[in-house]
Design a protein around this ligand. Structure first.
Ligand code: NAP
Length: 231
């Protein structure tokens, strides 16, 4: 079965997720950090795009002892399966995501990935091939489902989220909106990519919750998908 996909992302009051130089910015506070840790701890896998790995070098590990103990009690690995979406196999072999914390990793590549890079990554991760030139996200999700992954958290960035939205693969979105303005027309947003043109293609959402948290607001959305096509 295809996994249930939850996107979690922090953005500034003006809708940016980092600076125009793609430099990581601290947008949320400790309360939101705890919420994200809990969300992560409840997932089987956590996914990011190669852009995020290269920009931020995240480890995507579960941080608090409470959350680690919760996972251990379930008989799960300390950290969810970490998945990098990386068509060409550009994940640096010394990336934190491949080294920090116990647990399994997947690097999802396309058929165009360099075999030499793949042979280096294979030492640290399972390689899943999906798609010809870029990772086919539907094929990838099906492969992850076959590995027993039921619930995936996606931590960004905007290009990967756009691809997942376009493919109709996102079920829920959490957006934390922090009290800063980052600015810049080229600064990434939560859904970059090409964008939709026709209104009928827009992704429709239902607001499940709006909650004041730290110095910002947390919005929790359910994704309805595009409007049904008119005959
Ligand atoms: P990204 O979304 O992390 O990764 C995008 C890359 O994934 C693509 O360029 C593409 O590279 C690869 N990819 C492969 N198949 C794909 C497909 N079917 N659809 C979409 N992407 C596919 O990169 P990004 O948009 O540059 O975002 C990185 C920025 O987001 C950084 O500045 C980071 O700090 C920020 N960020 C912010 C937050 C937050 O919560 N505020 C969280 C995460 C990231 P290849 O073609 O080379 O495979």
């Amino acid at each position: 079965m295809r996994p249930y996909v939850v996107v979690n992302i922090a953005m500034s009051a003006d809708g940016k997720i980092s600076t125009r130089e793609r430099r990581q910015v601290r947008i949320s506070g400790t309360q939101d950090f705890t919420r994200v840790d809990q969300l992560k701890a409840g997932c089987d896998a956590i996914m990011v795009g190669i852009g995020t790995v290269l920009a931020d070098d995240p480890s995507l590990t579960v941080k608090s002892e409470k959350c680690l103990n919760y996972r251990r009690k379930q008989g799960w690995d300390d950290h969810p399966l970490r998945v990098v979406v990386d068509s060409s196999g550009a994940t640096p072999p010394d990336a934190s995501i491949l080294h920090k914390g116990k647990g399994k990793r997947v690097v999802a590549v396309s058929k165009r990935a360099d075999p030499i890079k793949i042979s280096l990554l294979e030492k640290k991760a399972t390689i899943l091939v999906a798609g010809k030139d870029e990772v086919d996200l539907i094929v990838l999700m099906d492969k992850l489902g076959n590995l027993g992954i039921h619930r995936i958290m996606v931590e960004g960035g905007g290009t990967l989220i756009a691809g997942l939205m376009k493919a109709g693969l996102v079920n829920e979105i959490y957006t934390f909106i922090g009290n800063i303005i980052i600015g810049g027309k080229d600064a990434p947003t939560i859904t970059d990519g090409e964008g939709f043109i026709k209104e009928s293609e827009f992704t429709r959402l239902t607001l499940l919750e709006a909650r004041r948290i730290d110095n910002g607001i947390l919005l929790h959305w359910k994704v309805n998908g595009p409007e049904p096509k008119q005959d």
